[in-house]
Design a protein around this ligand. Structure first.
Ligand code: ADP
Ligand code: ZN
Ligand code: ZN
Length: 731
């Protein structure tokens, strides 16, 4: 009897594909195995989603699978179901979803659970050698010394990033030999957990939180709302101890690994267990190795960014999402999934706890906590001896400014610096100046491919477009009138840094933004310099706002936030509230009291007043009411369809067609087509159509019904379009 399989493939078509299975391949066929199949002229790796004995395709159309790659399903059932659910929710195919979920090496067909590996040993001859003969070849010497202690497996070489050429050199000298070794997994942590340090004595609120969390059984989702510095991480660590002692693993998701090396180290330090850290800096092989260690249960703790959500665990016990409000948990290209929402679904499917922690919870999570769908725990006091910060507004209307700083801010800075403390200045604009202005004719130089001004980067002697990456040498003459009187307009971090060096020559300045941290390891170095007290003035963009613990920072100044208050995006006030609160939270985290000063032209702005007077918690709750009144998320549900084309009318025509297809009612509204806030980017016009529905299920059903019609629209071929469910921004 002929057997057929359906295969999910990583191609941008919303469907699975049928293949024939040859007799000799049929023995161990199962759903969830990877197969290699011909697709057009390529060979692709996909996952079996169904096994059938008939197929609709004509016999001459159907191809056979090339090979079956696994003997057991690649993913645990929970994750298989999660990708299936996510594919439906985000209106994509399971194959596309899987290509987000699987490490690249597995998508290329590498072995998911090898039984044996290659091990490198010193030869008899090698063991007689004094390592100092290698002192001119440090990489070889390092490898040699490691091998003197223990043989190393192929994977260890990969995970420890040891030099391949050093290995080859030592092999050529016949000091190293290869042997085949069985792979074993060390699961001893499950029976006897060793602690490397003793925990803090919890304060009362922390203790309450931990006791609630440790008593919950099975699936529960909990919002841990704790002000910055209230000791959330300490709560995670204590909960983790209980979970690990039960022999279960924990998955911890964080916004960006590089930004918070301290937090990662706290997890690594406390327990004597293997911690798999998964981030974008890993090679494909390192990532696969981390994935395997999690899947077999050897890694007790898995820490990673957004996509680590899909890491399988042999003994799932807990999922923590730290800084759950952070927008980096939402993928902004390809399949636009949200790791937080999928984490909650995963917790449900694996029947384990999910903890969402933040000082500034997203309105989505807050609503779920208030409505009782999630549990809600609060930490309202700073842990240890740290005190609440003092805050103040400086109205800069018609005040003289020096590089954007008012006299009162500069005075205050001087006082804190003279007392030996650090000062942090926040300015969310990198570069020297956000525009290049002609002093004679007033022309502002605009990117030729976007509706945006060029940013001036003086150090690089370039003007760059931050939207499309377009860059030129700083022009000598105005593009409009030919004048040579060109100047930077507005203030960026580069200029601020220069001015500060002049203003405070005795206090070293460090600037942290994407330009100064591009080189690998430079951010770590800069952060180290801050902890060591080498720098006294810290200037930076939001990279400085996230999660850092700088004990000597006592003053935080926010330079120019008015732009953030005026954005067209409905999430702008929420984002501003989070940013302000997180930046302020960098002040006074240890035993010294902290102060925050915010400069604004908008000192009467109601959003600002509300936030400063009542704090993020109350502010967010009133924002939630406003969203309800405006029928916006999270009260209503949203799907955004974006279309871009070289001709604006192509994008508009396509979206207008979609709008016609959707049955509108007073519970399902369609808005658009309208231009995106950045209407032209990289030479293309960008238009959008917004669907807002009262009922999530209704939105799902209606959109699923029209999706295949949308795909068949002839207009769909004339633009690039994407579907963004629960969009995080309208750009
Ligand atoms: P959060 O994650 O909420 O920002 P952390 O867990 O990083 O807070 O705690 C802030 C600081 O307070 C850290 O230096 C931490 O070591 C310290 N800390 C946390 N809990 C306690 C406690 N119970 N007693 C003393 N210090 C604590
Ligand atoms: Zn000019
Ligand atoms: Zn551009």
């Amino acid at each position: 009897m002929p057997v057929f399989v359906e295969v999910a493939l990583p191609v941008p078509l919303r469907q699975n594909f049928s293949y024939r299975v040859k007799d000799e391949q049929q023995t161990s066929l199962q759903i969830g195995l990877r197969v290699k199949v011909p697709f057009g002229r390529q060979q692709l790796v996909g996952l079996i989603t169904a096994i059938t004995d008939s197929c609709d395709l004509a016999p001459q159309q159907i191809k056979s699978i090339t090979a079956v790659l696994d003997d057991a399903p690649l993913l645990p059932e929970s994750l298989y179901k999660l990708t299936l659910w996510a594919a439906r929710y985000y209106f994509t195919s399971q194959g596309q979803m899987l290509s987000q979920a699987l490490p690249v090496a597995l998508r290329k067909g590498l072995d998911a659970s090898p039984q044996s590996t290659i091990e490198y040993h010193l030869t008899e001859q090698g063991r007689q050698l004094d390592p100092n003969v290698l002192k001119r070849a440090p990489a070889q010497k390092k490898l040699f010394e490691l091998l003197l202690e223990n043989p190393l497996t192929q994977d260890e070489l990969t995970t420890q990033a040891l030099s391949k050429s050093a290995l080859k050199a030592l092999q050529d000298k016949q000091w190293i030999e290869q042997k085949s070794a069985l792979i074993t997994h060390d699961l001893s942590w499950r029976h006897k957990l060793q602690m490397n340090e003793s925990p803090h004595k919890l304060n009362k609120q922390q203790a309450v939180a931990v006791s609630v969390l440790t008593q919950q059984q099975g699936f529960h989702c909990t919002l841990l709302e704790g002000i910055t510095g209230s000791g959330k991480t300490e709560v995670y660590l204590t909960l983790l101890e209980t979970i690990l002692k039960q022999g279960k693993q924990a998955l911890i998701l964080v916004p960006e690994i590089g930004l918070t090396p301290q937090t990662i180290n706290r997890f690594k330090r406390r327990f004597e267990v293997k911690v798999a850290v998964i981030h974008s800096g890993l090679t494909d092989n390192q990532r696969l190795e981390a994935w395997r260690q999690a899947r077999v249960g050897e890694a007790a703790i898995i820490i990673g960014t957004r996509s680590a959500l899909f890491t399988p665990m042999a003994f799932p016990g807990l999922i923590i999402l730290d800084e759950e409000h952070d927008s980096s948990f939402k993928q902004q290209e390809g399949v636009r999934y949200h790791s937080r929402d999928l984490a909650v679904m995963r917790g449900h499917l694996e029947d384990i706890q999910v903890v969402l922690g933040s000082a500034t919870p997203s309105l989505e999570t807050l609503q779920n906590a208030i409505s009782g769908r999630y549990h809600h725990l609060e930490l309202s006091e700073r842990a240890g001896v740290a005190q609440k910060v003092k805050q103040g507004i400086i109205d800069i209307t018609s005040q003289p400014l020096k590089a954007g700083m008012s006299a009162s801010l500069i005075n205050e800075m001087r006082m804190h610096l003279d007392a030996g403390n650090q000062v942090l200045l926040f300015l969310n604009r990198r570069g020297f100046a956000p525009a290049l202005l002609c002093h004679e004719c007033g022309h502002l130089h605009e990117c030729d491919r976007c509706d945006a001004f060029f940013t001036v980067h003086q150090g690089l002697n370039e003007i760059c477009c931050h939207h499309c990456g377009n860059q030129y040498a700083i022009p000598k003459q105005c593009h409009q009138c030919g004048s040579t009187m060109l100047m930077g307009h507005g203030l960026g971090t580069e200029q601020l840094e220069q001015e500060l060096v002049k203003l405070f020559p005795q206090h070293p300045v460090v600037r942290i933004d994407r330009d100064t941290t591009r080189r690998k390891g430079s951010l770590e170095q800069q952060l180290q310099g801050i902890y060591m007290g080498k720098y006294k003035i810290l200037v930076g963009t939001q990279m400085l706002a996230k999660g850092h613990h700088f004990p000597d920072v006592t003053l935080v100044g926010l330079l120019d936030v008015d732009g953030a208050l005026f954005s067209a995006d409905f999430r702008a006030p929420e984002r501003f509230g989070q940013l302000y609160t997180q930046v302020s939270g960098r002040a006074g985290r240890a035993d010294k009291p902290g102060k925050v000063l915010l400069q604004t032209h908008q000192s009467d702005n109601p959003i600002l007043r509300d936030l400063l007077q009542r704090g993020y918690g109350e502010f967010a709750r009133s924002q939630l009411t406003e969203r309800q009144q405006a029928l916006l998320p999270p009260a209503w549900h949203m799907v955004l369809i974006r279309a871009e084309a070289h001709l604006a009318q192509d994008a508009d025509a396509f979206l207008a067609q979609i709008s016609q297809l959707i049955p509108q009612s007073n519970e399902l509204e369609v808005i658009g087509p309208i231009p995106a806030p950045l209407d032209r980017k990289a030479g293309k016009y960008r238009r959008q159509l917004m669907l807002q529905a009262k009922n999530r299920q209704q939105l799902q059903t209606v959109f699923e019904q029209v999706l295949s019609q949308i795909e068949r629209l002839p207009e769909s071929k004339r633009c690039r379009w994407t579907i963004d469910r629960d969009p995080q921004d309208l750009m």
